[in-house]
Design a binder for this molecule. Structure first.
Ligand code: HEM
Length: 290
């Protein structure tokens, strides 16, 4: 049983044509195993979350009751990307598991929507949002080490509260960039193999071997996305993450949740008096952030 399917080209060369479709089931089972392992860990092994310091009542009082988290533009991007991503997954994989329909047209249309929304997101995040908010920083690395030490019962100070995004979310975003861009770049080239409204069909653009590798990379990214999207939906539905999921619908999270999990020095909130910063608390973290 191989991981790839092969064919013989007109020139007698053995070329890969795509991944073996049993990998769809491997990806789904990996996602289900992740649910079981993570839920068991949380239920029986994880310790109660503890953070380094909390804010003075003065700072807490200046945080608005509803802390803005996602702008309307960011939410519209998120949900249009989610809709195109689910359409891509279902149109790609349902026919491979026996549900036959004319999938290719729906698939490349959803692919074009995803490509445009990602282009928009890159511009929006680079020039209109805090670009660095989603990348791990020194405090994340230091706190990850502290969390691991504390889990194993070793002496270590408690970690700081999170900036806008916890380290896990930042790492997930990185994994989605790698798999998502692989699917998009290969998918754009693969549109030359079918009839679309964008450019004339040209199946001779690449050699059979290059096309084969491209289909393999597209398929691998696709099955990887099955597992990643399953994990994302699982976290979105978990009760302790509900405040975050709701903020992707309504745009804000409650002051209580913000102060419990987020550090106003690392993620200052816009108040009527300008960005709110806590003074004194977590000064060490502020220095580390540079
Ligand atoms: C969630 C993301 C995606 C998944 C899971 C996915 C999955 C797949 C799979 C499994 C195939 C069948 C390939 C084969 O037979 O080896 C396929 C074909 C195709 N994909 Fe995607 N894809 C995704 C994103 C995209 C994007 C973003 C585009 C376009 C920009 C795209 C364009 C295409 C095209 C044109 C084909 C048809 C190729 C052909 O029939 O010759 N895909 N996709």
């Amino acid at each position: 049983m191989g991981f790839l399917e092969w064919a013989r080209s007109p020139w007698g060369q053995n070329v890969p044509i795509h991944i073996a479709w049993f990998l769809i089931w491997v990806a789904i089972i990996a996602g289900l195993l992740f649910f079981i392992v993570h839920a068991t860990y949380l239920r029986y092994f994880a310790k109660v979350k503890e953070f380094a310091s909390s804010d003075s009542p003065l700072i807490a009082a200046r945080i608005p009751e509803r802390v803005p988290r996602h702008s309307l533009t960011a939410r519209l991007f998120h949900w249009s990307m989610a809709a195109s991503m689910f359409t891509l997954l279902f149109t790609a994989f349902l026919p491979k598991v026996g549900i036959r329909f004319d999938w290719v047209t729906y698939h490349w249309i959803a692919g074009a929507v995803l490509t445009c929304s990602i282009l928009f997101h890159v511009i929006h995040a680079s020039f209109f949002m805090d670009f660095w908010a989603i990348w791990p920083d020194k405090i994340d690395a230091r706190d990850a080490q502290r969390r691991v030490l504390r889990f194993f019962g070793k002496a270590a100070p408690p970690p700081d509260r999170f900036a806008k995004y916890p380290l896990e979310n930042k790492l997930y975003h990185g994994a989605i960039i790698a798999t998502g861009l692989s699917a998009i770049v290969t998918g754009v080239f693969m549109m030359f193999r079918v009839r679309t409204i964008f450019f004339p069909r040209n199946p001779y653009l690449f050699s059979d071997m290059t096309w084969g590798m491209m289909y393999v990379l597209h398929g691998l990214a696709g099955v990887g996305l099955i597992t990643l999207i399953m994990m994302h939906v699982y976290f979105g539905l978990r009760p302790e993450k509900r405040a975050i999921t709701k903020s992707m619908i309504y745009g804000w999270m409650s002051r209580d949740f913000y102060l419990k999990e987020h550090d106003p020095t690392r993620w200052p909130v816009e108040t009527s008096a300008g960005p709110e910063r806590s003074h004194g608390a977590n000064a060490e973290g502020l220095t580390d952030a540079g």
